[in-house]
Design a binder for this molecule. Sequence first.
Ligand code: SF4
Ligand code: SF4
Length: 215
Amino acid sequence: MNKIELKQQTENGQNLLNIEVIDISATVADLLQVWQPLCDDEKIVKLYAEGGHASCRACKVNCCNTAYVIPDLVAFRKMAAGLNYDYHEFIDDYCQTQKRELGLLRLKPNPCVFLREDICTIYPLRSLICRFYICTPLTGSTEQLIYEIAWTGAAATCIFAEEKGLLRTDSKGGFSSFDLLFKQLVDDYRSHPGVELFLRAADYDDIPLAPFLIE
Ligand code: SF4
Ligand code: SF4
């Protein structure tokens, strides 16, 4: 039996995608396994795709052109290792300098530094925010779950980078409204119990879903 099920449910006349965790021993890796096929699913609604339906692979709108990506710690480590970079080199080459000055580890954007000819060149290593973002309508509990995991992972990256002296903690200003929003999100999740799990994890199957589930 699957540990996690994805189902469409109707609320106020709208079809919404809902995650149901059947087995409490499920991990983030289990969730990613059932979530991944949604990227290529042309039947579900994709609000920003041409005609409202598309495989993300063939999408002409392509949210990677404008995404604000702060990688979770598992992805951050994997991307650096996959590119054969140490963390300092990775941050230098792939994170936006201006945002680093503000204490934010944002991948270079507009379009994302890893996008080539509309294809993500690090697709198997991409971060949770990239994996989870699909422009299909979600139930509130599903939205809460995926963003809580992604932002806890991003907070873990910031804590890890600060502890290693890779990211400044004394920035005073110059934030855009988006910077402030994302900085606030990172700060909100710094004390989440899942941060410790990300700091210790080698991969997503080391991170249980239980601490992210609403009781
Ligand atoms: S999630 Fe992004 S790539 Fe996928 S259909 Fe929506 S806009 Fe396109
Ligand atoms: S890392 Fe890949 S999936 Fe994420 S925004 Fe960049 S190109 Fe898109």
